[in-house]
Design a protein around this ligand. Structure first.
Ligand code: NAI
Length: 507
């Protein structure tokens, strides 16, 4: 395959103004991309098929730059220079000198293909054609061009000037050299670029699916209310819980992405969309933008507090079971809370948690409490969730448990400093299950060569603000624990959703 010679800016090169960029589509994303490119020193042509849209976009950008000057983020001279580099183009011909075109038009294959054909005929032969598509195959976009090797994905995140991530997406015909040049360019624009192979959802939109899907599964089986799910995942470090986040994104948009990933994977049931979300969409409960989703707006999610329990009665007969971060945290907390004799330990135990006489509070291994009770013959059992490295979060009981145990169990976790929310006895509870599924999806993406582990971590932290990357969770929780949770989920639900990635099986 002939590598095209392109002369995009190299890192460290400041005189980039000679390199012209054309942004097609002056919508939310196009304006953001134009701002970033112009601030990095390029002359930027902006074209939109809607009459007046490009001028309007440049005016809007002038206001954004004025606000940045007022906040002291840029100097007036920088704002003037940036504005001076923005050129609203009346036609694509006006931008025929561009060395790089980035399209951010409507998310439909045919209009994008038609545009790329037009650009190929118009721009210099060494110009690169980048697409900001969030879901269309780069291979499909490039098909039919004379030089499909000019096409590459440059997937920015919204709002472009604030979100650091760019997924650099290679189709079947994109040479590595082109992807690397785009990566260097994105870096020169102050972004973190992560390489991805063109597969449905690329990195972020694929790996993030379970964050929504597990919450929707739990809602469907009425395991917990949306505000409880949100509180639990916020306690685990996520900036927003899944329900409030779906309300913010809009259920129509979120459902469309899920559907597109599902269809693009030949209806792999692992990506099956949710009935709960479809009903919200059908009912026009789209989230914030329609005033009602899981929550009513402007009020938003009600605050939920775990009910306060009386302290447990003394510390006699307490044993801390198992090893690892959670067992260690429990031991330290027990010493402080019980303020009496050193708690007994049973590090060789095959479970992690607290025994109080014959009653047990166990860290979830994925099995629901009823199953643990059946397997062990212990009736008074409760299972709690993990907030990576710490106990806490959700708590569920086996139905065999006595009312006295149900009243007492949460007080032990509270005495140790955690405030559990009672949920239905769902496998993997809430946080452990969500993390296990995020790790599993990331593992599959790496297994299939879509991205590297460090690429997956960077993409999820920067693209959707996750508190850690999936491979960092894998490191922290260990493959055994992740696989145990997934296998328990798989056993409960059967079907494809919870199948364990070969990469995790091997680990
Ligand atoms: P938008 O609807 O705000 O803007 C699209 C613009 O493209 C409109 O101004 C429209 O007039 C113009 N347009 C449509 N067809 C055109 C054509 N053939 N030639 C020239 N201009 C044309 O859309 P938005 O949200 O900016 O999305 C643009 C692209 O970016 C889509 O591919 C989308 O999937 C992708 N994207 C969107 C993100 C988001 O959060 N909105 C995030 C990442 C990617």
């Amino acid at each position: 395959m002939a590598a095209i010679q392109v002369s995009l800016p190299q890192p460290g090169v400041t005189a980039m103004s000679a390199q012209d960029v054309l942004v097609v589509g002056a919508g939310v994303m196009g304006i953001g991309i134009a701002q970033v490119a112009a601030q990095a020193g390029h002359r930027v042509f902006v074209f939109d098929q809607r009459e007046g849209a490009a001028e309007q976009a440049c005016k809007q950008l002038a206001e954004v730059l004025t606000r940045l000057v007022n906040k002291g983020k840029i100097t007036p001279a920088e704002a003037d220079a940036t504005l001076g580099r923005l050129v609203p183009a009346a036609s694509l011909q006006d931008a025929a000198s561009a060395n790089l075109a980035i399209e951010a038009i409507v998310e439909k294959l045919e209009p994008k293909r038609a545009l790329l054909r037009e650009l190929e005929a118009l721009l210099p032969v060494d110009a690169l054609l980048a697409s900001n598509t969030s879901s269309i195959s780069i291979t499909a976009l490039a098909a039919g061009l004379q030089h499909p090797e000019r096409v590459v994905g440059m997937h920015f995140f919204n709002p472009v000037p604030l979100m650091a991530l760019v997924e650099v997406v290679s189709g079947l015909r994109t040479p590595a050299e082109v992807a690397q040049r785009i990566e260097r360019l994105a870096r020169a624009w102050g972004k973190v670029a992560v390489q991805a192979r063109s597969t449905p959802g690329f990195i972020v939109n694929r790996i993030a699916r379970p964050y929504y899907a597990e919450a929707l599964m739990l809602l469907q089986e009425q395991a917990a209310r949306p505000e409880v799910l949100d509180a639990l995942l916020r306690a685990a470090g996520f900036r927003m819980g899944p329900c409030e986040l779906m309300d913010l994104i809009g259920h129509d948009t979120n459902f469309a992405v899920t559907q597109s990933v599902f269809e693009a994977n030949f209806f792999d049931r692992r990506f099956t969309p949710s009935l709960v979300q479809r009903e919200l969409v059908e009912g026009g409960l789209l989230g914030r933008k329609s005033g009602r989703g899981f929550y009513a707006y402007p009020e938003g999610a009600p605050v939920v507090a775990a009910p306060k329990q009386p302290p447990p009665d003394g510390g006699k007969g307490v044993t801390i079971h198992g090893t690892g971060a959670v067992a260690q945290t429990l031991l330290v907390a027990a010493r402080m809370a019980l303020n009496g004799p050193e708690p007994a330990t049973s590090p060789e135990s095959d479970w992690i948690g607290i025994a109080i006489g014959s009653r047990q509070l166990r860290l979830t291994d994925g099995r629901p409490a009823w199953q643990v009770a059946r397997d062990t013959g212990v009736a008074d059992i409760a299972v709690f969730d993990e907030l990576p490295g710490q106990p806490g979060g959700a708590l569920a009981y086996a139905q065999t448990g006595s009312p006295a145990w149900r009243a007492e169990a949460p007080s032990w976790l509270q005495a140790f400093g955690w405030h559990p929310h009672e949920v239905a006895d769902a496998p993997g509870l809430v946080v452990a299950r969500t993390l296990a599924m995020l790790v599993n999806e990331a593992a599959d993406a790496v297994h299939q060569g879509v991205c590297s582990p460090s690429g997956a971590d960077a993409a999820m932290k920067l693209g959707v603000n996750y508190p850690a990357g999936p491979f960092e969770w894998l490191e922290r929780l260990g493959p055994q624990r992740i696989v145990s949770v997934l296998e328990a989920l798989d056993q409960c639900y059967r079907g494809e959703r919870y199948r364990v990635s070969p990469l995790l099986q091997r680990a």
